[in-house]
Design a protein around this ligand. Structure first.
Ligand code: F6P
Length: 324
């Protein structure tokens, strides 16, 4: 394989730049020509594809976001869109792809391979950490630390005013950010999609705290929780526990997607980027590079897309025990 391309797709994540850098520098080391596709699958369809070299990725390892930009492409979901993308890759003689992204990105890559046989290896880049086949995804650690910084600050004001705060963190279908923030931030409770905690249970936990003279409490809510988002949950609690309860809601939102990647994310991204590239050059296809038990492994896209990575029961239990 002599010509490859790299792209980022779906929600951006801190550390994606470190991953791009590892792929580009790795390609230079192996004597492979490398292109960058701008705005994910949309750029592939439009032919927005630029040559990259070692210098193009200087001074980016510490930057959040993605220098290649990102998008969620509707057009790539159509057969016509994918045909256009294939034609553009053919024009440039691109023989293989490294895709940095999450579930949606790998679903697209698998369909594309089935139709056009362009081999793709993925690197897991999403703050949600919801991908089977890797213990951690690029951006998760930074997102947790960003959210945790906010939780610590909110704890100060919650304590000063004897308030209950519901803090909503990201995670469309996943409670990874929420559970880690809850443990590290000493939250009274956590609500995640993987483990239904009812409004009755939350109010019982809060009441137990008041009975023990706790004056403030923090509940972390994953945006994808079944009871609803933090606003909805807070309203239900107020209806149940009474108007006198002083409740505030904070939604952290996209602040969690930006910022300087942590050392952990830069190292993970570099390892996964180089791992994805070298896998592709060795003939891997339709797989995602991941790190499981500190070993670099490759998992078929099909499994990363369809299999669930459950939040450990231990962690859920820990929040319960440590908040009493
Ligand atoms: O997948 C990452 C993520 O940040 C989710 O946690 C969140 O639900 C979603 O992306 C938000 O997407 P968008 O930036 O398109 O609103």
């Amino acid at each position: 394989m002599k010509k490859i391309a790299v792209f980022t797709s779906g929600g951006d994540a801190p550390g994606m730049n470190a991953c791009i850098r590892a792929i580009v520098r790795g390609a230079a080391y192996h004597g492979v020509e490398v292109f960058g596709i701008v705005r994910g699958y949309n750029g592939m369809i439009k032919g927005d594809i630029i040559p990259l070299n070692s210098q193009s990725v200087s001074n980016i390892i510490q930057r959040g976001g993605t220098i290649l930009k990102s998008a969620r492409s509707k057009e790539f979901m159509t057969a016509e869109g994918r045909q256009k993308a294939y034609d553009k890759l053919q024009e440039l003689g691109i023989e293989g792809l490294v895709a940095i992204g999450g579930n949606g990105t790998f679903t697209g890559a698998e369909i594309f391979y089935n139709e056009f046989k362009i081999p793709t290896v993925g690197a897991p880049g999403t703050i949600d950490n919801d991908l089977y086949g890797t213990d951690y995804t690029i951006g998760f650690d930074t997102a947790v630390n960003t959210a945790l910084d906010a939780v610590d600050k909110i704890r100060d004001t919650a304590d000063s005013h004897d308030r209950v705060f519901f803090i909503e963190v990201m995670g469309r279908d996943s409670g990874y950010i929420a559970i880690q923030c809850a443990i590290a931030g000493g939250a009274e409770s956590v609500m995640i999609p993987e483990n239904l905690t009812s409004v009755d249970e939350i109010s019982a936990i809060l009441q137990k705290g008041f009975d023990k003279k706790k004056s403030s409490s923090i509940v972390i809510v994953a945006e994808g929780d079944e009871e609803g988002n933090a606003q909805i949950v807070a309203k239900k609690i107020k209806d149940k526990m009474g108007e006198n309860l002083d409740i505030r809601v904070t939604t952290l939102g996209h602040i969690q997607r930006g910022g300087i990647p942590t050392a952990y994310d830069r190292i993970l991204a570099s390892r996964l980027g180089l791992g994805a590239l070298e896998g592709l050059l060795r003939g891997e296809k339709n797989v995602m590079a991941g790190v499981v038990n500190n070993q670099l492994i490759y998992t078929p896209f099909h499994d990363t897309i369809t299999k669930k990575k459950p939040v450990s029961e231990d962690l859920i239990r820990m929040v319960e025990i440590l908040s009493t």
